[in-house]
Design a protein around this ligand. Structure first.
Ligand code: HEM
Ligand SMILES: *[C@@H]1O[C@H](CO)[C@@H](O)[C@H](O)[C@H]1NC(C)=O
Ligand SMILES: *[C@@H]1O[C@H](CO)[C@@H](O)[C@H](O)[C@H]1NC(C)=O
Ligand SMILES: *[C@@H]1O[C@H](CO)[C@@H](O)[C@H](O)[C@H]1NC(C)=O
Length: 493
């Protein structure tokens, strides 16, 4: 009897040790149960819980969500070290990253030579396109002018941002990729927007099985198809690929090798030159996914920061007034900014950086995965753990920032009013390291040109008797999107 009891206890202990206990050496945090992970019993948002966990566990902690062990980094140096090494260079094996092919193509979700070739290619394209009075700079200026004109139409009314904002941002990417810009009512543009919307809509549900893969074994197929709308996703995938394929065909038919017009031309030329290269990763599908990555990476993010900026300016009229004064002084009426004006616009730069910090739009970055068993911050990180940087937590940590909760553009200026440094410790709106934002230079150019064009002609304010909400849309822990809400636009004279 006793022997059986002892055996039973030993068995339970072994069971617990093998299946239920967090393996020793891993970072502290929420472990929970096998297959389901740790389910919090709280009404707090994920963001609030991450803050609580930072207080409780320190700069590196984990949270098992379903079968995925997520590690959150809250220390800047640790994050920089991790993301600069090759140990965490890959993207996780999630449908989000490889839903077009078994092996992820394009740049945002791919690994290894596929990623390296596309990243190098895209960075070179962006660098060559973004200089001086290039077509891309001119396109950003054109689109900024269109946006100002459209915003003027709703002057004096309390309304949310118009559809034109979406279109102007999308048009900048279209210029870079396909050498064209669309009118607000162009049917081709409307078709493109519809497909992108459908694709977005089907993205959230299909991520669930990445965290709970076993449900695909126990639940009937028709039920899964219904809940995750695989048919809808397949359809959206097919439509977006066809859309890009026909764009690529048009480019191929009119290609002039000595005068590449845009990124598609550049890719086609490179694809031709590399035909004999054994390490070649180019084909039309890869190019299509690369294009999609640029739209997905450069759309919502840039738009979100501009909307956040308008909300902060409406909330802090004194900041807006100073920004307008600077813009009026540096850019005579009718002239639009170029990147070269940046050094003469320190206050504008300070406002943009403070908006990037306070909004922390891409809060948890884009996830990385441990490529091999490794060590980080004194803990063991086994291969396959998912690594996220917690930008919002770092952006509000008093260790890095004086009075972190306040909106203070002045923190970016020295005592002579010069802009100090965009590479401050604890600041990573674009991520850091080998996978950091590919479009950072374009995003910075867009933000400078759009924000100065807006301030030359317009002012933002809150609707009478109402405050602007400066909390992000709830329910999305990964992106701190601004809430769509009414704002009042006034034309300056
Ligand atoms: C204000 C605007 C933007 C913000 C705040 C932003 C932020 C970020 C962040 C935080 C990451 C993840 C870094 C990581 O994995 O550690 C990222 C990746 C990326 N971004 Fe941006 N981004 C912006 C604009 C753009 C634009 C305009 C483009 C394209 C034209 C773009 C394209 C990409 C791509 C392709 C990646 C994936 C890079 C890779 O996996 O190697 N982003 N961005
Ligand atoms: C990227 O590499 C990781 C491991 O390093 C792997 O788990 C993942 O499946 C790869 N992603 C894709 C989309 O191939
Ligand atoms: C514009 O973008 C926002 C999100 O950034 C979205 O909610 C809205 O539906 C878009 N508008 C149109 C007309 O597509
Ligand atoms: C394109 O190339 C990738 C590998 O780089 C490959 O997996 C894929 O099947 C290719 N697609 C086509 C249509 O050739």
């Amino acid at each position: 009897m006793i022997a059986e009891l002892v055996l039973g206890i030993v068995f339970l202990f072994l069971l617990w040790r093998t299946f239920f206990r967090k393996p020793p050496g891993l970072p502290p945090g929420r472990w929970g149960l096998p297959l389901i992970g740790y389910i919090p019993l709280t009404m707090k948002t994920v963001e609030e819980q991450l803050h609580d966990m930072h207080k409780q566990y320190g700069d590196i902690f984990l949270w098992r969500m379903g079968t995925q062990v997520m590690v959150f980094l809250n220390d800047y140096k640790l994050t920089r070290a991790a993301f600069s090494s090759t140990d965490f260079i890959n993207r996780p094996d999630w449908t989000l990253f490889n839903f077009f092919e078994e092996k992820a193509l394009g740049v945002a979700g791919s690994n290894d030579s596929q990623w390296k070739n596309n990243r190098r290619f895209s960075l070179r394209q962006l660098r060559d396109m973004g200089m001086g009075k290039s077509k891309l700079v001119a396109a950003v200026q054109t689109q900024a002018t269109v946006l100002v004109k459209e915003l003027k139409k709703q002057a004096g009314e309390a309304k949310p941002f118009p559809h034109a904002l979406n279109v102007t941002i999308v048009n900048v990417i279209w210029q870079m990729v396909g050498g064209q810009q669309f009118d607000l009512t162009d049917p081709k543009l409307i078709e493109f927007e519809r497909i992108m919307k459908d694709l977005f809509a089907s993205m959230v549900p299909f991520s669930v099985p990445d965290f709970l893969p076993w449900i695909t074994y126990i639940l009937p197929k028709y039920f899964l198809n219904h809940v995750f709308q695989y048919g809808f996703l397949e359809d959206a995938k097919e439509r977006i690929l066809q859309f890009f394929f026909s764009e690529i065909e048009e480019h191929r038919a009119t290609l002039d090798r000595d005068n590449p017009r845009d990124l598609i031309d550049g890719y086609l030329i490179e694809m031709d030159e590399k035909q004999v290269d054994p390490d070649v990763t180019c084909n039309d599908t890869d190019l299509s996914i690369l294009i999609l990555d640029l739209f997905l990476g450069g759309g919502e993010s840039t738009k979100g920061i501009l909307v956040w900026m308008s909300y902060y300016l409406a909330t802090y009229p004194e900041v807006q007034r100073r920004m307008q004064e600077e813009v009026d002084e540096v850019l005579p009426k009718g002239t639009l900014a170029t990147l070269e004006d940046r050094i003469r616009l320190p206050y504008t730069e300070a406002v943009l950086h403070e908006v990037l910090r306070k909004s922390s739009l891409v809060n948890l970055g884009v996830q990385h995965v441990a490529v091999r068993d490794t060590e980080l911050g004194g803990y063991i990180i086994p291969k396959g753990l998912i690594i996220s940087s917690a930008a919002e937590t770092m952006h509000h940590n008093p260790h890095y920032w004086d009075r972190p909760d306040e909106f203070l553009p002045e923190r970016w200026l020295d005592h002579e009013g010069k802009f100090t440094n965009s590479k401050k410790e604890g600041f990573l709106p674009f991520g850091v390291g080998k996978r950091s934002c590919l479009g950072e230079s374009l995003a910075r150019m867009e933000l400078l040109i759009f924000s100065t064009a807006l301030m030359q002609s317009l002012s933002f304010s809150h609707p009478p008797g109402k405050k602007i909400h400066l909390r992000p849309e709830p329910n999305n822990p990964f992106f701190r999107n601004p809430q769509m809400q009414d704002i009042v636009i006034t034309v300056r004279h």
